[in-house]
Design a protein around this ligand. Structure first.
Ligand code: SF4
Length: 467
């Protein structure tokens, strides 16, 4: 690892950046413009974020608190658990001595905040023996923690076994390298049968035993109930945003999607996430009442559904490109909750989750069901065209939000999607959706520059007559 990257603690860098940025709520536009001149590296993220107003400040506050808790974990007598974005963190917050670190969030932030991206951290993983063809979303931040640039990890818990081999292997590699305890929930390729449901519930109880044994802590039932009740509110607010997104023009600013899913992956069940969602709903409701688009120009020319993930390498260029073209970003598979109230779920019994806080058993079952329905654990666990999998979900979402086009953007390390994405394209085209396949890596700008990705998007929109 380059010594320059070991100079500052990675989590402290995040905590300090967000801690300063959240104080901008009282800054004048002139002061913000002056700040951007002095912070060219972080302005690619901060500028579009701050333009969203109140929710941006809550978002920055939430991230500042999250990383400060990681930085202070050891001195506060807490253990740090490494986990993945597809794992709902409520269970970790139900004990008072555990702090989660979510790798993919760290990778995206490192890519968004600094011009050097997370390339050095990705390369460090390869230097110590991890596969360079794995998903870049883990490798970025993982290199930071394995090299000692970030917090010391005490245990690892995740839920991608059976769904995503590259994700599960990345965490298993980290556990061996760091010599820390590891638990991975496993998922059968089916989702809805009673047998699978029972398996999920048993597996989740074994995870709880693992956490108790390796942290010496017990779950606080009242706190768990409180977190899940808060999560219910969050799901309802997310449903409201999603419902308003059905309007034409779409009143939801595209950047809200990344804010919603990033905050949810680290702060599910926490009150600051609820606050951000309430602020968003207020703004979007006003846009909707006035018939305004969520685009800064106020003029919607086209609507795009990103049927995988977004682009985070070295700026929020993708969101700004959509803004400049007048294209409403309709979210991606990460934005969705798959709570039973979500209107876009395919309607097949068992494909969504219900939060039941009546007793400890019902809460644990609810958490197991939620985890089995996180974006990737639900949507790409089985064959892409099996019932209620990737194709069904995409058609349901693209249809409900009246998408004019579907766009794939992901990482070349994602065998789950690259193995069948051309078949997806064919099927989506057959259903009448012009579909574009980006060759970029969402987290690694060395694969394809954002400028090249944007040029190919331009070409697609022009040739297909979508603008
Ligand atoms: S993007 Fe693909 S490879 Fe990466 S975690 Fe998701 S499913 Fe796995």
């Amino acid at each position: 690892m380059r010594p320059e990257l070991m100079e500052y603690d990675l989590d402290w860098l995040f905590a300090a950046t967000f801690g300063v940025a959240k104080k901008l709520d009282k800054a004048t536009p002139k002061e913000i413009a002056a700040l951007m001149r002095y912070t060219p590296y972080v302005s690619g993220l901060l500028k579009p974020l701050l333009e969203t107003g109140k929710p941006a400040i809550t978002y920055l506050d939430l991230f500042s608190e999250y990383y400060t808790n990681i930085v202070q974990a050891r001195e506060n007598g807490k253990k740090v658990v490494m986990t993945t974005f597809c794992f709902d963190p409520v269970i970790f917050y139900a004990v008072d001595n555990l702090v989660p670190v979510t790798l993919e969030i760290g990778t995206a932030l490192t890519s968004l905040l600094w011009k050097r991206g997370s390339h050095d951290f990705m390369d460090f993983c390869t230097e110590i023996g991890f596969s360079e063809t794995g998903c870049s979303s883990q490798r970025g931040a993982m290199g930071g923690y394995l090299s000692g640039a970030g917090a010391r990890i005490d245990l690892i818990a995740l839920n991608m076994g059976g769904v995503c081999d590259t994700n599960a292997n990345a965490y298993s590699f980290a556990a061996q390298y760091l010599d820390v305890p590891f638990y991975g929930l496993d998922y059968p390729s089916e989702l809805t049968t009673e047998e699978v449901r029972e398996y999920h519930h048993k597996d989740y109880r074994a995870l709880i035993r693992f956490i108790e044994e390796n942290t010496g802590c017990r779950f606080d039932i009242d706190r768990l109930r409180e977190l899940l009740e808060e999560k219910k509110k969050q799901d309802a607010l997310m449903d409201e945003l999603e419902e308003m997104q059905r309007l034409v023009p779409n009143p939801v600013p595209g950047i809200y999607h990344i804010m919603v899913y990033a905050a949810r992956f680290i702060y599910s069940g926490r009150k600051k996430f609820t606050k951000m969602l309430e602020e968003m709903v207020a703004i979007v409701s006003k846009n909707a009442a006035e018939g305004r688009s969520g685009l800064k120009s106020g003029k919607e020319r086209s609507r795009a559904f990103l049927f995988y993930i977004d682009h985070y390498a070295l700026s929020l260029g993708m969101f700004e490109w959509f803004e400049a073209q007048g294209i409403s970003h309709l979210g991606n598979i990460l934005s969705r909750s798959f709570a039973e109230s979500s209107t876009y779920a395919t309607g097949v019994p068992g494909t969504t989750y219900r939060i039941d806080t009546s007793d400890l058993d019902s809460m644990i079952d609810s958490l197991a069901d939620i985890n089995a329905r996180m974006p990737m654990t639900r949507t790409i666990r089985g064959p892409y065209d099996a019932p209620h999998m990737w194709l069904d979900d995409t058609l349901s979402l693209a249809g409900i939000y009246k998408a004019d086009a579907c766009i794939y953007n992901g990482t070349p390390g994602c065998r789950n999607t690259w193995s069948n994405v051309k078949l997806m394209m064919r099927d989506l085209e057959d259903h009448g959706y012009p579909t574009h396949l980006a060759y970029s890596d969402s987290f690694d700008a060395r694969v394809e520059s954002w400028e090249t990705t944007a040029m190919r998007l331009d070409e697609f929109y022009k040739i297909r007559g979508l603008l």
